[in-house]
Design a protein around this ligand. Structure first.
Ligand code: SF4
Length: 185
């Protein structure tokens, strides 16, 4: 019988969770999903992604922890003041995940962000490493970009909501202007 290792997984959205949860389970991790994404603007968009995630987690029996607080002003201020907006955004979300894992007595954390071919993997790795050091919880980094196409297929087959932009109000604008956000590749 396999002894699964508990892991807290920061989840950006349900489509990315589909493939990452399976890959981590195959590696021997028992995943608890964690939704902390104050970078998703506006509120209704955040709710729509959270509702999709809640429905998927329930259907698959994946435990889900959610942060209900939505500090919009604080988040926009942080993104505006950051030297590199996306790096600050990764650091905020991964630090919260590492701290939550520590609080829950879970010794490893990871993120679904590394599925996206549009995100800067080096920045994700660096932000996760820093969060790991501060909270004393191991960061399990995996480059899941080769699973991106599968996540698109699985989510389409299941009629899942797929968001048309990364999350913040800047990325919502940038997609129309063909501007790349600082952490996007
Ligand atoms: S583009 Fe995405 S990763 Fe970058 S700051 Fe906005 S929400 Fe965060």
């Amino acid at each position: 019988m396999t002894n699964f290792v508990p892991l807290l997984l920061h989840v950006c959205c349900a489509p990315c969770l589909t493939v990452v949860q399976k890959a981590l389970s195959q590696e021997g991790f028992r995943v608890t999903a964690f939704f902390y994404n104050p970078n998703i603007h506006p509120f209704q968009e955040r709710q729509r992604r959270l509702e999709t995630l809640t429905a998927y987690s329930e259907s698959e029996g994946i435990p889900l922890e959610t942060v209900e607080a939505y500090p919009l002003e604080e988040n926009i201020r942080m993104l505006l003041e950051a030297e590199n907006r996306c790096y600050a955004c990764f650091e905020d979300r991964l630090s919260a995940t590492a701290e939550k894992a520590n609080e829950m007595g879970i010794h490893a954390f990871s993120t679904t962000l590394s599925v996206s071919p549009y995100q800067n993997q080096e920045q994700i790795k660096r932000a996760g490493g820093k969060a790991s050091y501060k909270a004393g919880v191991e960061f399990i980094y995996r480059d899941y970009r080769d699973l991106y196409k599968d996540s698109v297929s699985v989510s389409r087959e299941n009629g899942m909501y797929r968001q048309p932009y990364c999350g913040c109000v800047f990325s919502e604008r940038d997609r129309y202007l063909s501007i790349k956000s600082p952490g996007m590749v």
